[in-house]
Design a protein around this ligand. Structure first.
Ligand SMILES: *Cc1c(COP(=O)(O)O)cnc(C)c1O
Length: 366
């Protein structure tokens, strides 16, 4: 059996360090917003080369708080990819803004810079990019467009910890970079956690209030905030994992290399450009008979995933919010298959998966 992800196995190499960190927090008697959070914020900001990091409770809150802090008029349009994970769109809606869909590039799953021009209206104030599957969006073209039109950029980096474009880290291109540390993400906690990074002092100051009831000083409230604090336990565990993030990424990139050299050409494989440093949160291939292939693999003990089975505009929750036809999103959602690519997977397992995929095509034409 090859699982899609086994977190106990993926965390095994760091178990002693994680247990030490957990014990330290339990014994400290201080559990929410403390030294561990401050230290993690400083270390993660340093890792990305950005001025500020504000720890929050999860990735969705990181996005909601960022949109709110940018103080755009209620009902402003935010451009967002038609195939992003639903959380990106939920955050825009929760912040009182209007999601306006833009189709992705079919080769990369990322928002298509060439399509921003037709989506923009007089009401557009921002672009929210999602660096899906661990690949940076084309921030060169997107930033040029945003600067020319005076639009803000919010980056959904929930899948792109450490991913770069032309040497620059995702999360540092726009006004705010929003991270999730959900356990399965490339930098994963042992529970929910998230963070916002920014180079903007004013934005950072406001976010340090709004994550904590609008208050930085106890019982003094300056904003209508929420409770979205990062706790000491998750911060301490994340500090351990952050020290190993580059090594974990290198392992995933090496597994991706194995896939890219062994998988058959009848699958559409991830595109790789020289200036893109992908961190392969997900290894997503495309194939017209995706469901058949997925079943074949499952019957042979190989578990895969689909990211994602239903496009945002087809979700019941989005009735009255999203409308229109989004054929590229539909095509991606009906053909994408995610192959196992975790820190816990071995090269032998990847070879097994590739061999089994080759056999699938042989039986199809037998
Ligand atoms: C995981 C994820 C989120 C949400 O993060 P949570 O911590 O689960 O709230 C948002 N956007 C994308 C693209 C994600 O993959």
């Amino acid at each position: 059996m090859i699982e899609y992800e086994n977190l106990a196995r993926s965390n095994q190499a760091y178990i002693a360090e994680l247990e030490d960190a957990a014990t330290r927090v339990i014994r400290s008697g201080w559990y929410v917003l403390g030294q561990e959070v401050s230290a993690f914020e400083a270390e993660f900001a340093h890792y990305l080369g950005v001025k500020h990091c504000i720890g929050v409770a999860n990735g969705l809150d990181a996005l909601i708080l960022s949109f709110e802090a940018l103080d755009m008029p209620k009902g402003s349009d935010v451009l967002v990819a038609s195939n992003t994970y639903i959380a990106t769109i939920l955050a825009i809606v929760r912040a009182g803004l209007r999601p306006v869909l833009v189709e992705p590039e079919i080769e990369t799953f990322n928002i298509d810079p060439a399509k921003l021009g037709t989506a923009i209206t007089a009401n557009t104030r921002a672009i929210c990019v999602t660096h899906l599957f661990g690949k940076s969006c084309r921030m060169d073209a997107i930033r040029a467009f945003a600067i020319e039109r005076g639009l803000k950029i919010v980056e959904d980096c929930a899948q792109s910890h450490g991913a770069k474009l032309a040497g620059q880290m995702t999360g540092t291109f726009g006004e705010a970079g929003c991270f999730s540390f959900y356990p399965t993400k490339n930098l994963g906690a042992a529970g929910d956690a998230g963070a916002i990074v920014t180079n903007d002092d004013t934005l950072a100051d406001r976010l340090r209030h709004t994550r904590n009831y609008g208050s930085k000083q106890k019982y003094v409230n300056e904003y209508v905030g929420i409770n979205s604090r990062l706790d000491e336990m998750q911060a301490a565990l994340l500090r351990v994992k952050l020290r190993h993030l580059d090594a974990m990424t290198q392992h995933k990139r090496a597994l991706a290399d194995t896939y890219l050299s062994l998988l058959p050409t009848w699958l559409t494989l991830p595109r790789r450009l020289a200036d893109e440093y992908d961190v392969f949160h997900i290894f997503g291939v495309r194939y017209s008979r995706r469901d058949q292939l997925r079943q074949w693999l499952l019957e042979r003990g190989i578990k895969t995933e689909v990211h994602y089975p239903i496009a945002p505009h087809r979700q019941k929750a989005m009735v009255g919010i999203l409308s229109g036809d989004w054929p590229i999103a539909d095509q991606l959602h009906s053909t994408e298959l995610s192959l196992p690519i975790s820190v816990g997977h071995t090269f032998e397992e990847i070879q097994d998966i590739c061999n089994t995929i080759h056999e699938f095509k042989h039986q199809l034409y037998a």
